[in-house]
Design a protein around this ligand. Structure first.
Ligand code: ZN
Ligand code: ZN
Length: 554
């Protein structure tokens, strides 16, 4: 099958949402995929651990898939890789050293699958079938980030991945603006540019200026015990924090498994360097005075089980927070987490600690380009066509407006959606179809789709509560033995509970009396009880709690 020398692009995730990025590029029976991420589920999916893209379209085109290319090691770009590899174990994976090290670490936590990983560097050009892919260095909040220029006979596409323009990068190499400009000059058909911070005017803060702000705080608090909470994956931030510890002669204790992982992975491949002597075990901190200590922790998002949250709640064995503690949130709340984060901040203040967070000082820099940086990329690449990616719908829409402000014609801009397919040739781009796409829910590390009734039950339990009914029936006479017992949780308010339970009992006794229960099957009895109780509760409360009936035949 020939697709008429057109490049087909299928959006499988990361558009209309921030999370589970995945895009497939298809030319002449060959597919290469960029990223395979996950999303952490919201409150609408209780109990689901992660959400990954639906691979139905890829499974149907399995033999065409030639490569999975990874832009960087954040979960929304690599989190789905272990699940992808279980289904497509023969597909080779390309990424930077750090990205692949993080994938490798992930794979060790999953079932063993052997796979092929190939390290690539900025400026490398890969030939994969009809595709030629050039990797371009970009800055972000994790090291080893790559944008890509994907070229086919149908034209070239620049995929920015996640990026910012940082003029003072920690690793010394900037987002390769020059290369973006050169490619722009040669002619780029389509720009796929990330949109996370498109609503923020100006420029993002440089990572180095965060280091300077942290330095000021270290300097101003020579006698306090210091804590820094940050994202585990932000290797350059961790590097700066470790440098400061050394400068101010403090020992560093890490808490949080993901933090220890990244330090381990990062130092193994040389992405992070530090004097091993300054690291101490969290269990040994009693041996040091406050001014000799720096505790680096996860939990900057107020995650309930994180070390920092437990410290704030007074539930962390090794550390009791007090008046001599200064806690720096070198992070900002991810939208949706604000309440949990401020709960932790309030609890820390209540324990007498001083808390410094991003509203009070420049202790965090976003890894995503703000408006002026995004404009810079548009100006350098000057694409014929443009599609905004990596954003909720409002971001994509705003990004479209920004591109039009820069002079792009509206007809040359398409807003992608999950499942949407577009066809690009040298002179045109158009929507050409919709494929099955969306969410796949992962419960625990168990692979496979979670049964929808489990979700329904969790939702029902969390929204409408539960009612347990137990009764004994004499099998011969069909009469009720004794009184039924009824327990409810989350159905009615405490002060109404007693009367409510009594009324339900009376109803049930009356209703069973009307029926001949002699020789009834237990399952039939259970259903009869369940139906009677459910209907009664719904009439009274307009709720539909889960009703469990336990029937004993005497
Ligand atoms: Zn990222
Ligand atoms: Zn991302």
């Amino acid at each position: 099958m020939n697709n008429n020398n057109k490049l087909k692009i299928t959006f499988l995730g990361g558009v209309g949402e921030i999370g589970k990025n995945m895009t497939a590029f298809e030319y002449n029976n060959e597919i290469i995929i960029v990223d395979c991420g996950l999303t952490f589920p919201g409150d609408d999916l209780p109990g689901v651990d992660v959400v990954i893209p639906d691979f139905t379209y890829l499974a149907a085109n399995k033999d065409k898939i030639k490569a999975l290319l990874l832009t960087h090691g954040h979960e929304d770009h690599i989190g789905g890789v272990p699940f992808f590899l279980q289904q497509f174990s023969k597909v080779p994976i390309y990424g930077s050293k750090l990205t692949l090290a993080l994938v490798d670490h992930k794979m060790r936590e999953h079932q063993k699958v052997s796979y092929k990983a190939i390290t690539v560097k900025p400026k490398n050009v890969l030939k994969i079938g009809s595709f030629s892919v050039e990797f371009i260095k970009v800055s972000h909040s994790i090291a080893g980030c790559l944008a890509m220029c994907i070229t086919t006979p149908a034209g070239s596409v620049i995929h920015t991945g996640d990026f910012k323009i940082d003029f003072e990068p920690i690793d010394g190499t900037m987002t390769d603006l020059q290369r973006f400009g050169e490619l722009g000059k040669k002619g780029v058909n389509l720009l796929l540019c990330e949109s996370t911070n498109v609503c923020r005017p100006g420029y993002s803060i440089s990572e180095k200026s965060v280091g300077r702000a942290l330095d000021e705080i270290f300097k101003a608090h020579p006698d306090n015990r210091l804590f820094v909470a940050t994202f585990a994956s932000n290797i350059h931030r961790l590097q700066q924090i470790l440098n400061l510890a050394e400068k101010y002669k403090r020992k560093v204790a890490f808490t949080g498994r993901s933090m220890l992982n990244i330090i381990d992975v990062g130092s193994k491949i040389g992405e992070i360097t530090y004097n091993k002597d300054i690291i101490i075990d969290i269990d040994k901190i009693d041996k040091y005075s406050d001014k000799e200590l720096l505790i680096v922790t996860t939990g900057s998002q107020g995650e309930p089980l994180s070390a920092l949250t437990r410290m704030a709640m007074g539930e962390f064995k090794q550390i009791k927070i007090g008046a001599n503690d200064v806690i720096i949130f070198s992070s900002s709340p991810i939208p949706g987490n604000e309440k949990s984060v401020y709960n932790v901040i309030n609890a820390l203040f209540q324990k007498g600690a001083d808390v410094i967070y991003d509203e009070l000082a420049e202790v965090h820099a976003s890894g995503h380009a703000c408006q002026e940086e995004i404009k810079t990329i548009h100006a350098l690449v000057k694409p014929k066509f443009f599609m905004p990616i990596h954003g909720e719908y409002r971001h994509l829409k705003m990004h479209k407006q920004l591109a039009m402000m820069l002079g792009m014609q509206e007809r040359n801009i398409l807003l992608p959606a999950i499942g949407m397919q577009v066809e690009m040739s040298q002179n045109s781009i158009k929507k050409c179809g919709v494929v099955i796409a969306g969410q796949r829910l992962i419960d625990g590390y168990g692979i496979g789709d979670m049964e929808s009734n489990v979700l329904k039950e969790r939702k029902q339990l969390s929204e409408d509560g539960i009612c347990v009914v137990g009764l004994t029936v004499n099998n011969v006479s069909g009469d009720l033995v004794g009184e039924p017992f009824i327990i409810t949780r989350g159905v009615v308010y405490q002060d109404e509970a007693e009367a409510f339970v009594q009324d339900t009992k009376n109803m049930l006794i009356a209703s069973l009396k009307e029926q001949d229960l002699r020789g009834c099957e237990p399952a039939v009895l259970r259903n009869t009880v369940k139906r009677a109780v459910s209907n009664f509760i719904f009439k009274r409360t307009k709720r539909k709690p889960m009703v469990l009936a336990i029937v004993i035949l005497d």
